[in-house]
Structure formats: structure tokens, C-alpha cells
Write a protein that binds this ligand. Sequence first.
Ligand SMILES: [Zn+2]
Length: 455
Amino acid sequence: MDSVQSLPLSEIEKIQGDKLKHMLKLCQIGHKFYQRLWETKGHNIGEIKSVGDLESLPLTQKQDLMEAPNDFRLNLSSNYPLHERALWEVLYTTGSTADPVPIFNTTYDYHAYLYQSKAVAEISGINDSDIIANLFPLTPAPMGAFVRSAGNAYAVGAKIFAALSGGAFSPFDLQNSLDQVVSRVEKHRATVLWGVPSYIRRLLIRALELCVDLSSIRMCAITGEATSPALREDIRRCLRDMGVENPLIFNRYGSTELGAFAQCKEEWDWHNPTPDLQYHEIVDPITGRRLPDGERGSLAVTHLDRRGTVLIRFLVGDIVSLDRTPCPHCGRTSERIVGPVVRTKDLIKVKGMLINPDVLLEAIQSLKFIAEFQIVIQKENQKDALSMDEMLIRVELNSERDIDFSKRIKDQVNKAIHVTPRIEFVDRGEIYRVGEQTKAVRFIDKRVTSGGEVR
Ligand SMILES: [Zn+2]
């Protein structure tokens, strides 16, 4: 299992090259989108012999997948084994504006995901004595994070249970309140909390209020929204207050299309757990040219061994860099994704300046007196579309309001992004209704059409 991640780079690339040739051949036989694309652009797939040659193929945009998700699904004849053709599950990627996009997984892909989960668990230290609490909510379309949590437990023989949190949308009355979830985590003596960080933080704060003993927790595996070091530290603080001596935060990076990456050490880079399943490049998103290791650019993924939805040089939408030197902590040789991860779709323009919301979030999350917050970008005069942009920060406080708070928030934000916000203090529970919302909505851009939520 561990072997591919620890082979010399040249041997990893040899395996990747062989898998790639087979993957491209399958696409030539049964992948509508690439058949059409390569034919129109005159690409001879037989000439691609290695991952190095991959650079000559065009990039795939997220938009291509969104427009025709069925064209990305391999269609193989009955000469191929059943497990390479049978549809095991359909997961949906979460799009912020459009409808979520289906990603098709055959039995073969499900097995590959178990294989990957096993590698992720080994890297991050999850084992067969763990009891995992799946805290992801039930969603209208099957979401990878919820569905795949079980596979992550199965792969290492750990126990798992689901909290079934979130707001109700079907008539079957399944969802549990926050207090019910706290009591379930206590009852099962969960060791790993698996969920969205803002929900995990709320759960821990509530457990502290109720004086419930959750000291069995040793790790929080977080994913699904951006977090700052300050927020992660606040989660650790809650756990320490409960008597957990050395709480770990395993910050998961990945997506339904990408699969999962793993940190071998807290706050460190993300390892590709299965270089025999996926290949990564950092590219110039316009020309498709590959950028050297260490240089920041757009992450493109190529599936090397899939049978359902297959993506070749797919632009994930994140700006990162790659490091292919052996990991100084665990010695693994497969490449590492180096942060900070900047989601290109999340960069927003305020008063003509491009700002990175993560920098803003971090600045606000570092202020201890803030319990919850929401950033609203709108027009100063909402009836006048041509008026100046305004940044409004709505704040719920942890404590009694201090005369000085407003100024401290303004100063902190201005220092981080050079925009001075307007501050509005609101009552507890106005920003994040736990139980009704999957996660707190941190960003609202009212300048675009209604529903223009960024994160
Ligand atoms: Zn490592």
C-alpha cells in the first residue's frame, strides 16, 4: 500500500505513464467529450507515451463538465468486466450557483476510492480503533463528503456513525438537533469528528456549555469550507478545555472530482496518497503550459485509472504549487500540494481591488471577541447600481459589547485588505442558525443577481 508513495520519482512516473496510456485508450474507445475534442483539434493519442507528453493535450474547463456531465462518462462495451461498467454510485459536486454536477463511479472506482482512503488513513494516522462521527448533513443531492465518510471507515476497519444534522427537506423527519448530536457523540465515545469546521466548532462550544464529556475525541477531520489557522486553533482550544491533551486537526483537501489528499503533519502540505490513480500539474490556465515545481499556478488533475467520469488535464479552480522533493517529515516521495489554496472563483473585487476572502476571514477570525460574522459586499446606495461598493461586516459577539470593538475590527480588516468596512452588531443566532444551516454563510455579494453567495 505504502509502496507507490515511496518509490523513486522516476519509477512513480513510469507507473503513471503506463496507466495513462491505457486511460487514454479507453477514452478513445468510449469517452464522448475527449473523442470529439481530440478529433477536432487533431491530436494523435498514440503519441502520448508518458506524463511528460500530456502537456500537448488541451486543458478541460469546469464549464465543459458542467455543460455535459454525461459526455464525461466512459461507455465501455460488454466485453469489459462487469465491475468496470456497473454504476456503483453517483455523487454530486457542490456548485455555488448552478445545479450540482453528477460524477459517475463504477464498482472499479469505488474500490479505487477505498484503496485511496486506506492510503489517506495511513498518512494521517486514522486506524481500526477509531470511532468516526460523520457530522456532514443530509443534502438534497448525494454529496461526496457525506457518502464517502463510510468508505473511509470501511477502508481501515474503523467504526462510524452519522449524526444526520442539517435542515429538513423531505417529509421523513430524520434530522437531529445540535443537542441530540452532542449526546450521540458522547454516547459512542467518538474519537474522530468528521465534518465542516464551523459546525464542529459549534458542536464543541455547545458541549462545553452543557458540561458534556467529549474527551474521547482525539482528532477533527475538517473539510468543506475555508478555515484560518486562528479558527483551527480555536477548535483545538475547545478540545483542550474538555480535557483532550493533544487534539489534532486533519485539514482535508480534495473534492468529488479530485479525491482526497492527506497531511502527514498538522498545518503541513497535502500528499497525493495515490500517484497511481491521479496525476497533477501546475499550469498556466490560458496556454496550458506546465509550470515548474515551486511556482504557483492553476492545479490540473488527470485521472489515470477510472471507469466512470474521467477527466484529463481538468482545471480544479485552485491556485497552489507542487513539491516533488521527498517529504521531510515522513519521507514519502509522491508529490505534495503546497498552499495556501486560493480558490480562483472566490477572488472578489471590492472598490476596484481584487481581494482574497481567505485573508479577510483570517483577519476577522483572529479577533477573540467575535463569535460569528458575515461579510456583505453591496452598493452604498442599494437603489443606485452605480454607487460605490461597501463592505458591511455583521458581527455576533462572544461577550458584552465594548465601545472599542468596532474600531478594532475596522483596523484589523484595513490592515489585511486595505478596505475599511462598516460594522453592524447583531443578536446571537442571527448569522448562523445551527440545525437549519449546513454551515455559516460568511460571504454575501449583493452586487450580483440575488443568491450570489460566494462561500
Ligand atoms: Zn509527509
